[in-house]
Design a protein around this ligand. Structure first.
Ligand code: PCA
Length: 203
């Protein structure tokens, strides 16, 4: 079986008509990086179901790497997530104090995992190509963090590279909000291609 990298994106949520994470993942589906083919998958915006989908996909495809993408509306740059925590609040998108009602993503599992993506190399490559990006120390407590945590926990013994990158709103979304950060979809797609190239080279 050829090696694959599992690339996940999400359905639209919070009143949006699109989610840049799925737009980008869909564009890259089937692309090959260093002989590793991208398998893109759209996840529901639901902690329990998204977590189960990722765990099932890892069992089914035995990917060489897992890269999750998600929308972080309002963030100005590509956010390379450093940490996933064992806390999920299914209402975090609607509540100002998201996290207070949180429950473990996986009961009895460790409090947190660090990403296993080569963030310094990815950040260097993105900067070289003039794509705005930064390391982020919180993926939140909602579905994105849940997916990142589930992948890292599932793959903990295999040491498979896995991690998560949050994307800003795409420009067309931001046009419907008032003064909010955004990025062109083409720039985000180019950034994720560079990240995948860097990950595939390190496999
Ligand atoms: N972003 C949300 C969930 C789905 C998405 O694209 C998050 O940051 O958790």
């Amino acid at each position: 079986m050829p090696q694959i990298v599992l690339l996940t994106g999400f359905a639209p949520f919070g009143g949006e008509h699109t989610n840049p994470s799925w737009e980008v993942a869909l564009q890259l589906d089937g692309h090959k990086f260093n002989g590793v083919a991208v398998k893109s998958m759209r996840l529901p915006v639901n902690c329990r179901r998204a977590s189960q989908s990722v765990i099932d996909a890892i069992a089914r495809f035995a990917p060489a790497a897992v890269v999750g993408l998600g929308q972080a509306g309002g963030r100005p740059v590509l956010s390379l997530e450093k940490i996933a925590i064992n806390l999920a609040d299914p209402h975090a998108d609607r509540e100002r104090d998201g996290g207070l009602q949180g429950k473990p993503v996986i009961a009895g599992a460790p409090d947190a995992y660090f990403t296993r993506l080569p963030l310094p190399a990815i950040l260097r490559a993105l900067k070289r190509h003039h794509i705005p990006a930064a390391v982020s120390l919180s993926a939140g407590v909602y579905v994105c963090n849940t997916v990142m945590y589930s992948a890292l926990h599932t793959l903990r013994r295999r040491r498979t590279p896995a991690g998560f990158i949050h994307l800003p709103y795409e420009a067309a979304q931001a046009a419907r909000h008032r003064a909010v950060a955004s990025m062109a979809l083409a720039t985000m797609t180019a950034g994720i291609e560079i990240a995948l190239e860097t990950i595939a080279r390190a496999l």
